[in-house]
Design a protein around this ligand. Structure first.
Ligand code: SF4
Length: 427
């Protein structure tokens, strides 16, 4: 059984991920965080989270306490405020939130409850990926248990704080998990991004102040309140507090997920936890945090997997769940698989993404089929630049260009071989 003190997020989760009951959760320390929070003023709760240096685990990595601090406080004339938990996990290679949603849904609910108290919200929505059926059942049961235990509803734990939590099942598109698209979807509108500013903190759901936080982020919150910000900071190898759920997929010996100190190195995750490459395969590269991050290579094995260090190495921590490229897989075919996903999931709102991604895909398919020419390579290079940050309405297209741009840097020779040999060298 893992040590719950070293692995606060997952230490209590059963190997078969059968959800903890309220009784089991409380016996393991559950709801100590909320009890501690309710003894503080909402602003003090925000301050505790800010001091813990918790960075959002959805991928963007913004500081959670700071994010909550942007929500206007003590102004009842503004009307209701909301917390939205982003549980619409759909990035290729990412499955970490599923572990938390299925195994310990009450931890997510407790985190959302503390977040709601911290920003003075009285309603929270859990926006869940449509395909996570087991998580849906676990979450529904957990919400009912929390109401039954007077941990949701009126006068929570005998305080004057009220909160209702609603589960909303996503329509099943990638854009539903993008913050603004998610708010539109919750309002029953098409899941497209909104122009910013205003930001969700002041004008989110139904135009009201809203805090949007990821599942793993909210799961950290009860532990910060229960044990204090310094304890949370001490869990980490770096200045970014806490533990992190890391993962590895691809041809590694033991693909999986592990809760480890924030800042664990690429090499430790890959070699010690994932057991190294599967027999007969060698490492060529890895996307450190899902399909919309840039490749790192074997020269990056000592990079710490925290937001700042991975960014310095030229990529993004993203979700922290790496996709490994081995030496027997064609990099072009891996790119095709990723770009197919992003082209399919483009919401079509802006032209560069709607038209550009299918063009990228077509060029990659031509190259892989041995029919590519120098012009296709040029198309890829131009798109990696033109669909980059700042040129589209949301981060989907720039994210889709991260593996492409970095593959043009690290695997250019492999792409050029397709052109010169008029075939895929891996077939
Ligand atoms: S970048 Fe793509 S997904 Fe994002 S708004 Fe534009 S068309 Fe939609």
């Amino acid at each position: 059984m893992p040590d719950p003190d070293a692995k606060p997020l997952t230490g209590l989760i059963r190997p078969d991920r059968r959800a903890l009951t309220l009784e089991e959760y409380q016996a393991g320390g559950g709801y100590a965080g909320l009890r501690a929070a309710l003894k503080l003023e909402p602003g003090q709760v925000q301050h505790q989270v800010e001091k813990s240096n918790l960075r959002g685990r959805g991928g963007a990595g913004f500081f959670t306490g700071k994010k909550w601090g942007f929500v206007p406080m003590g102004q009842p004339e503004l009307g209701p405020k909301y917390v939205v938990c982003n549980a619409d996990e759909m990035e290729p290679g990412t499955m970490k939130d599923r572990w938390l949603l299925e195994g310990n849904p009450l931890q997510v609910i407790e985190g959302a409850t503390i977040a709601a108290y911290a920003i003075e919200a009285k309603a929270a929505y859990i926006f869940l990926r449509w395909g996570y059926k087991k998580a849906q059942a676990a979450m529904l049961r957990a919400i009912a248990e929390a109401y039954g235990g007077r941990l949701l509803g009126r006068n929570i734990l005998g305080s004057s704080f009220d909160l209702d939590v609603h589960l909303h099942v996503s329509a099943g598109r990638y854009m539903c998990g993008e913050e603004e698209g998610m708010l539109n979807a919750l309002e029953g509108q098409r899941a497209v991004p909104r122009s910013k500013p205003p930001y969700a903190a002041t004008s989110g759901l139904w135009g009201k102040p809203t805090a949007v936080n990821n599942v793993e982020t909210l799961s950290c919150v009860p532990h910060i309140l229960a044990h204090g910000p310094q304890w949370f900071l001490d869990l980490s190898h770096t200045s970014e507090g806490g533990t992190k759920i890391y993962g590895a997929s691809g041809r590694v010996a033991r693909p999986g997920l592990w809760e480890l100190p924030m800042g664990t190195t690429v090499g430790e995750i890959l070699h010690e936890h994932a057991g190294g490459m599967a027999s007969g395969y060698a490492l060529r590269g890895l996307l450190p945090g899902g399909g919309s991050t840039a490749f790192l290579t074997e020269k990056h094995v000592n990079v710490r997997m925290d937001f700042a260090s991975v960014s310095t190495a030229g990529s993004n921590l993203g979700t922290g769940t790496m996709i490994v490229l081995d030496d027997r897989t064609c990099p072009v075919s891996m790119l095709i698989s990723l770009e197919q996903f992003f082209a399919r999931e483009s919401c079509g709102w802006c032209t560069p993404c709607r038209e550009g991604l299918p063009w990228v895909l077509k060029s990659l398919l031509e190259i892989e089929a041995g029919r590519g020419c120098d012009e296709d390579l040029q198309v890829l290079e131009e798109h990696a630049r033109l669909l980059g940050p700042g040129n589209t309405f949301c981060a989907l297209a720039p994210g889709a260009m991260m593996p492409l741009g970095s593959a043009l840097q690290y695997f250019r020779g492999d792409i050029e071989r397709h052109l010169s040999e008029h075939r895929c060298p891996w077939r």
